[in-house]
Design a protein around this ligand. Structure first.
Ligand code: GDP
Ligand code: ZN
Length: 384
């Protein structure tokens, strides 16, 4: 029995790469997989049966456990998300950048965020240094690249080496151009989406995985087993938000000050005597602006859901004490065995429901992604 990696869905089945034969097979999923309601996504590792090399077909008999799962874009087994930002054209927007960081921090909490500033041919070195100085001290990996001149491309390849990466960022920042620079043989379409709230390429309708092996010869760089997913765009309104009091967990520099805030469930926005507000000079004004905006969006989303009686899930839970606190991810409660915490949490400031403040453990489950996609655009719209 052989193992393969799903490259993409195709004509009601899947294209699956099998390393030993170095071949791609068109596969259908065995009935049992469908019956169990098990989704197969780009990036999934699968067992192959009934391989027919002459016809380049096989059957997927099982799907292996996933070590990670992105819902937007839907890709399994991703190791890291590279948040692509343009330094110019379109002008860099700190709020958008921070929204991506929060979204992917929620989606892939174990990965260190990588921010790749593209179009560095268009900016001065002072500008690049300023950008680096915002994010590097926060523990994010920052790299500069130009799809146009090729500058920084080798560094980007090193970051991607041995991993499965996804590139994300709003339309026009140069994701397709970077993919083309890395994999010219694929000749992927580039162009800017007309709707500037789009977060990806309009030309792609499904996620597709590409192997970076061809780089090894072309750039004479060892890349190991590296993959990059080309993913369809998703609307910026579909970016995930944490529950309002948890936004702070995604802003390390604010979190540090929030630990010493005397108020329980403080949003650190207006309270007299709040330790964050007392130390605002320690936070970059842009980052605090992003924090406030994202808390506002999270509140709107929370209230919208509440009005429509949809349960909002906390997405992280805090473990460890003061000075040692960290967050661990939670998965959607829809799919876990219900073990609702009975104790009431003091969240009166926000008027959260008991269930909203639930900190029960969660188990990974099937089809979160399919569900997230199906409901994404209808459920998660934020007010303009
Ligand atoms: P995507 O929407 O993120 O996939 O962005 P595209 O790859 O389609 O690029 C959008 C526009 O930016 C295109 O006109 C590209 O030619 C241009 N572009 C991409 N990368 C660079 C770069 O490094 N430097 C410059 N000057 N332009 C770039
Ligand atoms: Zn506070």
């Amino acid at each position: 029995m052989l193992l393969g990696t799903v490259l993409r869905s195709h004509a009601g089945g899947y294209l699956v790469f099998e390393r030993e034969q170095n071949a791609v097979y068109f596969c259908t999923a065995r009935g049992r997989i469908k019956k169990d309601g098990m989704s197969i996504l780009t990036g999934d590792r699968v067992e192959l049966d009934e391989i027919t090399p002459e016809q380049e077909t096989a059957v997927i008999s099982a799907r292996l456990d996933r070590h990670s799962l992105l819902s937007r874009p839907p890709v399994a087994n991703v190791d890291q998300v590279i948040i692509v930002q343009a330094v110019h054209q379109p002008e860099w927007n700190h709020l958008l950048c921070d929204r991506y960081i929060v979204h992917f921090h929620l989606e892939l909490p174990s990965a260190q965020p990588v921010i790749a500033f593209n179009k560095c041919d268009l900016a001065s070195s002072e500008r690049l240094t300023a950008l680096r100085s915002i994010y590097e001290p926060l523990g994010y990996f920052v790299t500069f690249v130009s799809a146009k001149t090729g500058e920084g491309l080798e560094n980007l390849v090193k970051i991607m080496s041995g991993k499965t990466s996804v590139m994300a960022g709003q339309s026009g920042v140069g994701k397709s151009s970077l993919l083309n620079a890395l994999l010219p043989e694929w000749n992927l379409a580039t162009g800017v989406m007309e709707n500037d709230t789009g977060v990806g390429r309009h030309t792609t309708t499904a996620s597709e995985l590409f192997n970076l092996a061809s780089i090894e010869k072309r750039l004479n760089l060892p890349v190991g087993d590296s993959w990059v997913a080309d993913t369809p765009g998703f609307n910026i309104l579909e970016l995930n938000h944490p529950a309002p009091p948890e936004v702070v967990w995604h802003f390390p520099e604010i979190l540090e000050l929030a630990h010493d805030c005397k108020f329980l469930n403080c949003l650190h926005l207006v309270e007299q005597g709040c330790n964050v507000l007392a130390n605002l000079e320690k936070i970059s004004p842009e980052r605090f602006e992003s924090y406030s905006a994202i808390v506002d969006e999270a509140l709107i989303e929370y209230r919208t859901r509440k009005e429509s009686s949809q349960k909002i899930e906390t997405t992280v839970k805090a473990v460890g004490g003061k000075g040692n606190a960290r967050q661990v991810p939670k998965l959607s409660g829809k799919y876990r065995n219900i073990s609702r915490r009975k104790g009431k949490q003091q969240v009166s400031r926000l008027d959260l429901d008991d269930e909203d403040a639930d900190n029960a453990d969660a188990d990974a489950s099937e089809d979160q992604v399919a569900d997230a996609n199906a409901t994404a655009s209808s459920e998660e719209g934020l007010a303009d």
